[in-house]
Design a binder for this molecule. Sequence first.
Ligand SMILES: *Cc1c(COP(=O)(O)O)cnc(C)c1O
Length: 246
Amino acid sequence: MNPISAAVIQTRLAAVHEQIAVACQRCGRDPASVDLVAVCKTASAAAVQQAAEAGQYLFGENRVQEAAWKQSQLPTMVPPLRWHLIGPLQRNKVKQALSLFDVIHSVDSLALAEEINRQRAQQSTAPMPVLIQVNIGREPQKHGLMPEAAMECITAMAQLPHIAIGGLMAIPPFHHDPEQVRPWFRQLADLSSQISSQAERLQLARVTMRQLSMGMSHDFTVAIEEGATLVRVGTAIFAPESLPPC
Ligand SMILES: *Cc1c(COP(=O)(O)O)cnc(C)c1O
């Protein structure tokens, strides 16, 4: 892996925070309502440590093994780092994932939710925070529930006592022009409010729909304007110095 200097990581993190602040100002949101998930799947443990030393404590990984290895390479940080799983999760990796991650963004089937519920019951009395991944653009190669299936599936998942459903996540169709992605972000936000009202009607205690995980390096400012509370930014922070960050 291509090393990046601590100074570059610090500068890029500051630039991303500045863009978050500007986007929030544009749409009248409090910047504290948006959390930056630094996606470190292409970064070394050393780069993660440098980001943490620059004040970044929330990281996203898309693979369980990679997170296990990277976490084992890192010293104990204060405050402790928080890790979100943003990639697909196989059922046989659930147990390990629960010991590595604070939130799983990629729950997209009842069977997976049931396995998380079962394993969590043996590890903790607190329910596991999860987000439900929606295939908002209905792309055949992508993971996630179809939008029209989300409500029914979440209603079923809400019966599982050891998971807490905190919101939705999506990876919309890619466009260089982030304005082309805006309608997908808006659809995810709309779906989230529909599910939220339904959850209230049905008094589903463990469904809150507070989080919207959407937006990556090239489109996170548009995602924020459409209501993102978790933006998953990798390249803009960790791209090798020989490449433009996005
Ligand atoms: C890699 C990845 C990201 C970050 O993408 P960048 O374009 O590098 O910012 C966000 N979300 C998911 C699910 C990813 O796999």
